[in-house]
Design a protein around this ligand. Structure first.
Ligand code: ADP
Ligand code: MG
Ligand code: ZN
Length: 497
């Protein structure tokens, strides 16, 4: 087996500048396919979600799916593209068994959107500066079917074809060759996926192929005026693998050049088990799809009024939402990033933060105590037994000091163990409150006697030290002292002391 990494000295690596551009395909979550009425759903008995149009039977005509256009416009705007009012579908001609028409309906010189961008942390992210990655274009096209090579008794001699996927609406999003490191590639994809999920146009499920990425990689000597020859790495099914594949590919190309060779323009496949890429087929220079305007579809016109109507569905996007949440709730950038990782999580936090006394308390509960218990139980956030009201109650009790953190943890443990809401556990197990002032007074006196140094500080004008006494007495009462009464008595006794 070949070694997964090429060994090159740091000096050699430092001579070269990697250049990367990404082509991302996303399947749209429309009800039906791009140009026919067939259901658009993953899986199903092979060749059951098909009709004369998506089977490419002679005479069957395509009709464009309105929802696919709306999703394309939403996604395009979310990545800051300009929308072209009049775009044109084109035939991309090629033969392949899973492509029954012999062409794919795509867009060529007049795509629906162009000139977008996305910001990513520069380099390995350590400098803290952001860098703008250009998005060349976003266009609409249709997916092909699938060739099935395994799982049949006669798989050795036959390949089967499933055309259920044929005609699924796709967006292709092409970046400029602006990416420079494997980490920038990872960040670009992570942020792009987050945005697509927020707009709701795709589920971006990589295992099911709803998000696929080809990475174009080249290297050149630093300072060179022309990019090197690129190789395209295909068929990588996770962002982390793409990062590894790009890393490998950069070093492979440098090694080829250092050996006096030339990088060949080709498609390569990533083999995850071996941690390397393999040549798949060299891309003939005259790769000619003979694009021409699709004669069966009129130009697509998205006028200003329709565009405005579509864009009303554009939600607040992750970057803007993070900034607002930090500002509005005083939470840390890390917590804001955690919450905005999905729209549902951010919605949940915000709903609780608006009701609770302290949004920051809600944030810390969610990111620590609750996340920890979900992880231990192997549960997703949406399976959490803690409801919105339970979360707000827990945060408020912790904030006011009515329950100690130890008690809070014990009650959360019970809630997760019994799959009960926190408010149910609290109603049953809430500590008996001590509201007898003579009992609390006695505890306050004891704590004051035991801490003369803090008493001096208080008398010296540092009145915030009273919080220390409140905490000590609360602890001594095992969290059961009535907090309002306790506060009042501490200040009174300190003033008298
Ligand atoms: P092709 O016609 O071979 O598909 P394109 O010009 O359409 O090439 O570019 C496809 C992708 O490759 C884009 O994302 C682009 O940014 C990227 N790309 C183009 N040239 C290079 C290069 N020299 N090195 C790395 N990526 C490149
Ligand atoms: Mg291309
Ligand atoms: Zn169909």
């Amino acid at each position: 087996m070949m070694a997964a990494s090429v060994s090159l000295s740091p000096d050699v690596l430092a001579k070269y500048q990697p250049v990367i551009g990404l082509e991302v395909h996303v399947q749209l979550l429309t009800e039906t396919k791009a140009f026919c009425g067939c259901i658009n759903r993953y899986g199903g008995e092979p060749n059951t979600h098909v009709c004369p149009t998506c089977l490419g039977l002679p005479g069957a005509l395509p009709v464009l799916n309105r929802q696919a256009v709306e999703y394309a416009v939403l996604a395009a705007r979310a990545i800051h593209c300009e929308i072209r009012e009049r775009s044109v579908f084109a035939r991309k001609n090629y033969f392949y068994p899973d492509n029954p028409k012999g062409y794919q309906i795509s867009q060529f010189d007049k795509p629906i959107a162009e000139h977008g961008w996305l910001d990513v942390p520069e380099g390995d992210g350590s400098s803290g500066t952001m860098k703008r990655i250009g998005i060349t274009r976003l266009h609409m096209e249709e997916d092909a079917g699938k060739s099935l090579h395994d799982g049949f008794a006669d798989s050795v001699s036959r390949t089967y074809i499933d055309l259920n996927r044929c005609g699924t609406p796709l967006l292709e999003i092409v970046s400029e060759p602006d990416l420079r490191t494997p980490d920038e590639v990872f960040e670009y994809l992570t942020r792009l996926k987050e945005i697509l999920l927020y707009t709701g146009v795709s589920d971006c499920n990589m295992e099911e192929g709803s998000l696929r990425c080809d990475a174009n990689v080249s290297v050149m000597l630093k300072g060179a005026s022309q990019f090197g020859t690129k190789a395209e790495v295909k068929n990588v099914n996770s962002f982390r693998y793409i990062r590894s594949a790009v890393h490998y590919e950069i070093e492979r190309q440098i090694a080829v050049i250092e050996d006096g060779g030339r990088v060949v323009q080709e498609s390569r496949l990533w083999n995850n088990a071996e941690g390397r890429t393999y040549s798949m087929r060299s891309k003939e220079q005259a790769h000619d799809y003979r694009y021409f305007p699709e004669p069966d579809l009129p130009a697509l016109v998205v006028g200003a009024a329709w565009q405005a109507e579509i864009l009303r569905a554009l939600p607040e996007l992750p970057e803007a939402r993070r900034a607002r949440m930090i500002d509005e709730y005083g939470i840390s950038p890390q917590d804001a990033a955690t919450f905005t990782s999905t729209r549902a999580f951010a919605d949940q936090f915000e709903a609780a933060a608006k009701k609770a006394r302290s949004p920051r308390r809600v944030a810390s509960l969610l990111t620590s105590e609750i996340t920890m218990r979900l992880r231990a139980a192997g549960m997703e956030m949406d399976a959490s037994p803690i409801t919105l009201d339970g979360l707000v109650l827990a945060a408020d009790l912790a904030e006011s000091g009515e329950i100690s953190s130890k008690m809070l943890k014990a009650m959360l443990d019970t809630a997760f163990l019994n799959r009960e809401d926190f408010s149910v556990v609290y109603a049953r197990e809430k500590p008996q409150q001590i509201s007898d002032s003579s009992v609390i007074e006695k505890l306050v006196e004891e704590v004051i006697a035991a801490n003369p140094r803090q008493v001096e500080q208080f008398k010296g004008g540092k009145r915030t030290v009273s919080a220390f006494f409140v905490g000590q007495v609360m602890k001594a009462s095992k969290g059961q002292a009535n907090p309002a009464l306790l506060n009042e008595l501490v200040v009174k006794k300190l003033d008298e002391a």
